[in-house]
Write a protein that binds this ligand. Structure first.
Ligand SMILES: [Zn+2]
Length: 182
């Protein structure tokens, strides 16, 4: 480092090695027109010159990859859901069809039998997914539980296999019979 550089470094805030979100300041790039600029390396490997004020204020947090990554992952997730490609989305959509679309082959056992989908789930796949979580396997479907004849709503539904659902119905019905007798 020559004398001039030393003098400059004593006048500015030395950010060398400091990290600002994804950007790490490598070295001073320039001071021009009262603007201090730093040569930065982004976590993704891109080198970018960033103004010190933007770096310190958090206005610039990456080479540009951060915003685009967030946006694209968000779009990917909702596009997949919209396209109905996830098993959870298909389960949600089928559940509504069984209860509200008369043309559904099982409508008689659901919609016509008075089975409803709660408002929380009716209008939002996101909340359904937040409540139910990921389907554990392809053998699992929505089980109304413990009441196998109840409505579709949180706390009264779970993912279960056919075997578990049959066992649940048996237990529930047996309890109802016992209750009536006792
Ligand atoms: Zn980057």
């Amino acid at each position: 480092m020559d004398r001039c550089e030393n003098w400059i470094m004593s006048k500015i805030r030395d950010l060398t090695g400091q990290k600002f979100t994804r950007l790490t300041a490598i070295k001073l790039h320039s001071i021009q027109h009262r603007q201090t600029k730093w040569l930065c390396r982004c976590d993704c490997g891109t080198i970018k010159v960033v103004r010190q004020v933007h770096l310190v204020a958090g206005k610039t947090q990456s080479c540009g990859c951060l915003i685009s990554e967030i946006v694209s992952s968000r779009n990917r997730a909702s596009a997949t859901h919209r396209a109905g490609k996830t098993p959870e989305y298909r389960a949600w959509s089928n559940m509504k069809d069984r209860c509200y679309r008369e043309a559904h082959p099982q409508f008689n056992y659901y919609g016509k039998a008075g089975i409803k989908v709660c408002d929380r789930w009716m209008h939002s796949f996101e909340t359904f997914y937040a409540d139910m979580g990921k389907r554990p396997s392809s053998k699992h479907s929505i089980d109304r539980w413990p009441d196998p004849y109840g409505n579709y709503e949180p706390q009264k539904c779970r993912w279960a296999t056919w075997k578990e659902q049959r066992a649940n119905r048996r237990t529930w019905c047996q309890q109802q019979i016992d209750g009536r007798v006792g």
